[in-house]
Design a protein around this ligand. Structure first.
Ligand SMILES: C[S@@+](CC[C@H](N)C(=O)[O-])C[C@H]1O[C@@H](n2cnc3c(N)ncnc32)[C@H](O)[C@@H]1O
Length: 340
């Protein structure tokens, strides 16, 4: 057989689907083009690896542990936003990575580590400590300090770490994914050494202003209210200072302290540090409202994807208004496992 024949025949054999029939429902009868959202793109059946994703409304969601586990995307756009937000939170804590009164911790766990940026910074700060970050999604970098490592796992399953084995367990911005806080905190309690600290930090989803410049129909406020409504509907309410404090106390932690910080949503404050935080918040908002809002609004509230996208875009447009001075809250709470 001549070589060209082999190529032609193997090419033909690879065409397993034959001619592709057109779905008559997509044909243009009303002058509109394709929407970019609203199609089934699950890859669940294509691979059994931990790298399972679903593309939805133009964003990539991790799916290995189930598409509803995390309502936020973990794509590159979101990873950039998380790293930017880390910088903003460092500014908020005036350069500190935590508030708890730590003394040379030797074993640290970061739950829902995201890009791992906090864990990496902690590993640099405490070179003698072992720092572990866990996340549903394997999006952490490979090149990390030698005392830092990452694991892909669901923190809402029974933990296999040794009891009494960590000096510090940190959780930041994971509330929208967690269905059972008492269980998760019982695992933290079990695995902390007696006398050691948990710290839990969350963004509030309520929009405030001190000068009355933000009306009730302010688009960012409306967007956050819809996200809260969706999360309440599935039993994952956004945090308040009262709720994170009470959850720690209910789990058995003592010496609980909580702080509330104002996070400006634009660079309107006069104070240079708050202005920087506001500028980063504005920059993050370009993709952040959609990251927070699209899945809750479409999956949980059943909104049309185009409507959800419009609400998120309007939210971002509203925080660009220089005459409206909105801020949200950032909560930091920490507590200690009792010595006995
Ligand atoms: C909004 S990101 C915050 C990331 C990081 N904590 C930070 O502050 O930069 C939430 C992260 O928590 C992870 N996550 C959510 N639920 C989780 C669970 N049950 N177990 C482990 N990770 C989880 C998500 O995959 C996502 O990477």
């Amino acid at each position: 057989m001549r070589k060209s024949e082999v190529i032609v025949s193997s090419h033909r054999n690879n065409m397993s689907d034959g001619l592709i029939e057109v779905d008559p429902s997509v044909l243009n009868t009303d002058g509109t083009d394709y929407e970019t959202a609203g199609y089934e793109t699950s890859t669940q059946s294509l691979t059994s690896s931990v790298n399972q994703y679903v593309f939805e409304n133009g964003r990539r969601y991790h799916a290995y542990y189930g598409i509803d586990k995390n309502v936020m995307p973990t794509d590159e756009i979101e990873q950039d936003r998380l790293d930017l937000h880390h910088e903003s939170m460092l500014q908020m804590l005036k350069g500190d990575l935590y508030k708890a009164p730590l003394e040379e911790p030797t074993r640290i766990l970061d739950v829902g580590t995201g890009t791992g940026i906090w864990a990496i910074d902690m590993a640099d700060k405490f070179p003698a400590a072992e720092v572990i970050g866990i996340d549903l999604s394997p999006i952490q970098p490979r090149w990390v300090p030698p005392n830092c490592r990452f694991e892909t796992d669901d923190a809402e399953q029974e933990w296999t770490y040794d009891p009494n084995s960590f000096d510090f367990i940190h959780l930041r911005n994971i509330a929208l994914s967690i269905s059972n806080w008492p269980f998760l905190l019982s695992q933290v309690f079990k695995c902390l050494k007696p006398g050691s600290w948990i710290e839990h930090c969350e963004l509030g989803l309520v929009v405030y202003s001190d000068d009355g410049s933000v009306p009730d129909d302010y688009a960012a406020k409306v967007c956050m209210q819809l996200i809260s409504e969706a999360m309440n509907k599935i039993g994952r309410p956004p945090c308040t200072q009262e709720s994170i404090t009470q959850q720690l106390k209910d789990a058995g932690f003592v010496d609980v302290q909580a702080y509330t910080y104002k996070q400006p949503m634009g660079p309107w404050p006069k104070d240079p540090r708050l202005k920087r935080i506001g500028a980063m918040s504005l920059l993050g908002g370009e993709t952040g409202y959609a990251a927070y809002g699209l899945a809750p609004m479409t999956r949980i509230l059943g909104m049309d994807p185009a409507q959800a996208e419009r609400i998120c875009a309007e939210a971002f447009a509203s925080v660009k208004n220089k005459n409206q001075h909105a801020y949200s809250h950032y909560y930091v709470a920490f507590g200690r496992k009792p010595l006995e």
